[in-house]
Ligand binder design. Structure first.
Ligand code: ZN
Length: 462
């Protein structure tokens, strides 16, 4: 069953008269403000603010927007934003002094997409002027540690969809990636302020926002990315995962026991019919380094195709047979036992776009953007409740439009999103991510300031 995430309601009565590209333009305009001439021209109703500019500003200020003497008021203004405008015009190195500045620019330029880059040593919009003055090196100095996982990287292990499509059979591959990474980032690295965001179509983004994470060098980022790396094989190499050493690294062992094994055996085997056809089980057999075992299983499964009338799921039966052969006492000594784990890792372990995580200056789409192809809003995902996240029910712009229309007669409030199905996403963003983050920013600022004051007092005492 392929359940594509295209938004069928684009063609609602109100929007039906517009050519598709114009609808997309308008929808993004509306998302980011109400001053769009075209939207007005076509009689679209007043839609209010749906993009939480103020929240994004508070987040990316990390407490520097306050009155504390330790605040760095240049901080937000040194952050790069980049806009994708109509006709794929890409405008980099945008910067803003405050939330109003950002909101006005977004309203004026009406970007299809907003990406967030690093915080630089100087205001990125004025980088040339600084370069001429000579003594300021323009370089990134801070950046959230980010991860990007894209479903199209799983095309060799999913059979329900491919490319940009996702459905509820393959989406759980993203869910378990969130679980594996989130646990490791918290338990192994001690990070606390982690934001997971649906990319609007086929993947997830992760923003690690602790001060310690933002100040990591490129080398340190590469080391963290490497910690998560298990894929060593090439594109045409069946054996993509090489788990070496006598025992699994504790992180991999925990991911395997707590998440991957149960998911593979309880869900993926059947949902992707991994052993249902020769093409599919052959791919799994190729991972087994011992050719005689692989051909033994191949003969067995090719020979008894008829046995699929049995009540038991053919995928489960064959998987158990494979495990039995590989894990029997005779094979154990030959090191084939690890092969079961390698198969599971190959099919389930998170596939990260490593380059995104390694470099400070990589851009990443801002949360709460609208995906131009699906119309879906890039909403946060609760890692503690990610099993229940369903990409097919994420609010679309046209749905939000209708919701606003329905209620616009009744109330006029500043936070118009509260009346839409985006409400719970913004509330979650504020309560689970933003509030605890800003609280710890304040504490960090306070303690750094106090120790500086103490130091200078000590210096005076000398
Ligand atoms: Zn699918």
């Amino acid at each position: 069953m392929t359940c594509k995430l295209m938004d069928a309601s684009w063609s609602t009565r109100k929007l039906a008269q517009f050519p598709e590209d114009l609808v997309l333009t308008i929808s993004n305009y509306i998302m980011y403000g109400l001053s769009c001439t075209q939207a007005k021209l076509h009689g679209l109703p007043k839609l209010g603010k749906l993009f939480p500019h103020a929240d994004i500003y508070r987040w990316l200020s990390y407490g520097n927007d306050g009155k504390h003497p330790a605040c760095d008021h240049s901080y937000f203004g040194r952050r790069e934003f980049s806009f994708t405008l109509e006709n794929d015009i890409y405008v980099r190195f945008q910067s803003f002094n405050n939330a109003v500045d950002m909101e006005n620019s977004i309203r004026e330029k009406c970007p299809y997409k907003i990406d967030i880059g690093p915080v630089y040593s100087v205001d990125p919009a004025k980088r040339h002027a600084y370069a001429q003055s000579g003594n300021n090196v323009f370089a990134p100095v801070e950046r959230e540690l980010i991860f990007d996982i894209d479903m199209s990287d799983y095309d060799d292990v999913r059979y329900c969809c491919s490319g940009a499509d996702v459905c509820l059979n393959c989406w759980p591959l993203m869910t378990i990636s969130v679980k594996v990474l989130d646990t490791a980032l918290r338990d192994d690295f001690g990070f606390n302020h982690i934001l997971w965001v649906y990319s609007g179509r086929r993947g997830v983004h992760c923003w690690v926002c602790d001060g310690r994470a933002r100040r990591l060098s490129n080398e340190q980022r590469a080391a963290i990315a490497d910690y998560f790396r298990v894929y060593k094989g090439g594109e045409n190499n069946a054996k993509k995962v090489n788990l070496t050493g006598p025992v699994l690294h504790p992180f991999l062992a925990r991911s395997y026991t707590d998440v991957l094994k149960g998911f593979f055996e309880g869900k993926l085997l059947a949902s992707q019919n991994l052993f249902a056809s020769i093409e599919r089980f052959q791919k799994i057999l190729e991972i087994i380094p011992d050719e005689s075992i692989a051909s033994e299983l191949l003969d067995k499964w090719q020979g008894n195709r008829r046995s699929s009338i049995s009540k038991e799921d053919v995928n489960v039966v064959r998987w158990e047979q494979l495990k039995h052969v590989l894990q029997s006492g005779k094979q154990k000594a030959q090191g084939l036992r690890r092969c079961v784990e390698e198969i599971i890792f190959t099919y389930t372990y998170p596939r990260l776009d490593m380059e995104v995580s390694k470099h400070m200056n990589h851009l990443l789409k801002a949360p709460f953007c609208v995906h131009p192809k699906t119309g879906r809003v890039c909403v946060p995902i609760d890692p503690n409740n990610c099993d229940n996240f369903d990409p097919t029910t994420v609010p679309t712009l046209s749905q939000l439009l209708e919701e606003l229309n329905m209620s616009s007669m009744r109330t006029e409030s500043e936070d118009e999103w509260e009346r839409t199905s985006l409400g719970k996403s913004i509330k979650f963003f504020r309560s689970s991510f933003l509030s605890p983050l800003l609280k710890s920013c304040k504490e960090e600022m306070e303690s750094v300031y106090n120790s500086k004051v103490k130091q200078s007092k000590n210096a005076l005492n000398w």
